[in-house]
Design a protein around this ligand. Structure first.
Ligand code: ATP
Ligand code: MG
Length: 510
């Protein structure tokens, strides 16, 4: 055998396991990664991906098994140990300090000792900026290290996270292993293309583990795909030997039922629930008019500069506008958030970590938070009713594990997402529901389940205004599509009559 010439694996896992109480989140995972390889890690929500990565980043200790880096067995006592071994992780939630500069963020975790800090504990700014610039340069980014992170776009923030992840290993002269936990979930497709290119560049300096629920993206970026299910690693394939359909089946354990939808050619109810006329906000959107009808899903397509998110926020009263009008169920004026809720409008924000959930509260309480009435008589809470209501939604949305009394922060990213959605879907008197990227972070099977529930709430007479991740998502579920470009409406389609091609929609977006 020519094994003598094969370099040791950058990373090798043997039968690694980790439990939370009786929940075996990671079970006997074995895996090895060669230098220059980009590995895709996929699996359903709750399959154990983030837990495995948190073991590799030193955030969790594994219960069983061994981990070797560059041929040597390691025992990480904390994140600093993993960094020193050359493992840099970009976690599922962005973790930058937005009030600090790029350079400060990149250098802050550098455990190499001094980094940009001198013996008196003071910053050596020149050195700090130079080191940060070098790290950015390594990944081909030309961001100015002095820029404050709060001024950056999502994609640039992600680049800073990656630079920070490789900075340490570069400094410690090891081959870096960069681990990215769903880095593209929050990105628009156009931004994703940039990140994809940067990830391919990482091949030249180290290896990458990349988690994503977008199977097409995994097929494009990665050399190998490993699939986790219920904590186990159940498949390890070269991308050349596998198809997207096969990956779906391996992840979810069934065929996709994303059948062609039965388009209902119902005529719109005579009166819209929400009607906005010539809405304008300087620098954001101009003369936008949209009508949303009960029992119909209206999707707004557009890139990140289109202004569609800002329009959605204006409807919910979360952001002002300069001119034009918003009317909701007969009320006309400038709604505050409180007013919008009172009128029966719900809003699921895209920034769920900061706006949508309370991590240190049990899941069932999160679900009844917006509409406590459903689990109370007057001021008296009814914990048992709350729990049974939560159980119902755990079934409907297939939230796992079925433990509504657990703290929300202990659920996997995708299951937290479902709880936040349940919070809004759990209302009997919703007139309209604005959903900003509802499928973000959901695995493809979970996305189907959630879409079915959105559809059912809509069929009960709620108007849905949807900001989807993709054109396909809009075509899947919407009755009406409005396309926005540079703050203006560039296309309106009634899918009961029109049959726009994906390319046509895309052209109106770009
Ligand atoms: N801190 C924790 N305490 C208790 N249980 C946890 C904790 N973190 C994760 N779990 C459980 O471990 C299992 C695996 O979760 P993990 O976050 O690894 O999933 P995932 O594959 O990353 O899912 P997603 O795609 O939704 O992010 C889940 O059942 C989850 O509820
Ligand atoms: Mg996760």
């Amino acid at each position: 055998m020519s094994d003598v010439t094969t370099p040791p694996a950058v990373l090798r896992l043997d039968a690694v396991s980790k439990s939370f109480g009786s929940n075996r989140a990671v079970r006997g995972v074995s895996l090895s990664i060669q230098p220059g390889q980009v590995i895709g890690l996929i699996g359903e929500n709750g399959a154990g991906k983030s837990t495995l990565l948190k073991i590799l980043s030193g955030n969790y200790r594994h219960d069983e098994g061994t981990i070797a880096v560059n041929g040597r067995e390691v025992q990480f006592r904390g994140p600093a140990d993993a960094l020193r071994a050359g493992i840099g992780v970009v976690h599922q939630e962005q973790s930058l300090f937005t009030n600090l500069t790029i350079a400060e963020n990149i250098e802050v975790n550098t455990p190499i000792g001094r980094g940009g800090v001198n013996r008196l504990g003071l910053y050596n700014w020149r050195r700090l900026y130079a080191d940060a610039a070098q790290a950015l340069d390594l990944i081909g980014s030309h961001l100015n290290p002095k820029t404050r992170v709060s001024d950056l776009s999502f994609v640039d923030r992600q680049m800073v996270e990656i630079a920070r992840a490789i900075r340490v290993s570069a400094a410690s002269h090891t081959t870096p292993l960069v681990i990215l936990d769903e880095p593209t979930a929050i990105l628009e497709r156009t931004e994703t293309a940039i990140l994809e290119r940067e990830i391919s560049k990482l091949r030249d300096i180290g290896s990458v583990i990349f988690v994503s629920h977008r199977l097409d993206e995994v097929m494009r970026i990665c050399d190998r795909v490993v699939v986790m299910r219920d904590g186990e690693l159940i498949a390890d394939r070269s991308v050349d030997d596998v198809t997207e359909e096969e990956l779906f089946r391996l992840m979810v354990g069934r065929e996709t039922h994303a059948a062609v939808r039965n388009r209902r050619s119902i005529e719109p109810a005579t009166k819209p629930v929400i009607s906005i006329q010539d809405l304008t906000r300087a620098g954001s959107y101009t003369d936008v008019s949209i009508d949303a009808y009960p029992g119909r899903v209206l999707a707004i397509l557009g890139t990140s500069g289109s202004g569609r998110e800002a329009v959605a926020r204006a409807i919910f009263g979360a952001e002002g506008f300069d001119s034009g009008s918003v009317s909701i169920a007969g009320y006309s004026g400038r709604p505050s958030i409180k007013k919008a809720v009172a009128l029966g409008v719900g809003y699921v924000p895209a920034e769920r970590k900061t706006e949508g959930m309370v991590g240190e509260m049990p899941a069932d309480q999160n679900i009844t938070l917006t509409h406590p009435g459903s689990a109370a008589i007057g001021p008296f809470e009814l914990p048992r009713r709350r729990l049974s209501l939560a159980r119902l939604w755990f079934e409907k949305l297939d939230i796992r594990p079925r433990e509504p009394e657990h703290m929300l922060q202990d659920f996997s990213g995708g299951n937290q997402q479902k709880v936040v959605l349940a919070k809004w879907l759990n209302s009997s008197d919703l007139k309209a529901l604005v959903l900003d990227h509802p499928l973000r972070g959901l695995d493809p099977g979970a996305a189907e389940t959630v879409n079915a529930q959105i559809r059912s709430v809509c069929d009960d007479g709620t108007a849905i205004i949807l900001i989807p991740d993709t054109i396909d998502e809009a075509l899947d579920i919407a009755d009406d599509i409005v396309v926005m470009r540079d703050g203006r409406i560039s296309g309106v389609f009634d899918l009961g009559h029109d049959n726009p091609a994906t390319l046509d929609l895309l052209e109106r977006m770009l």
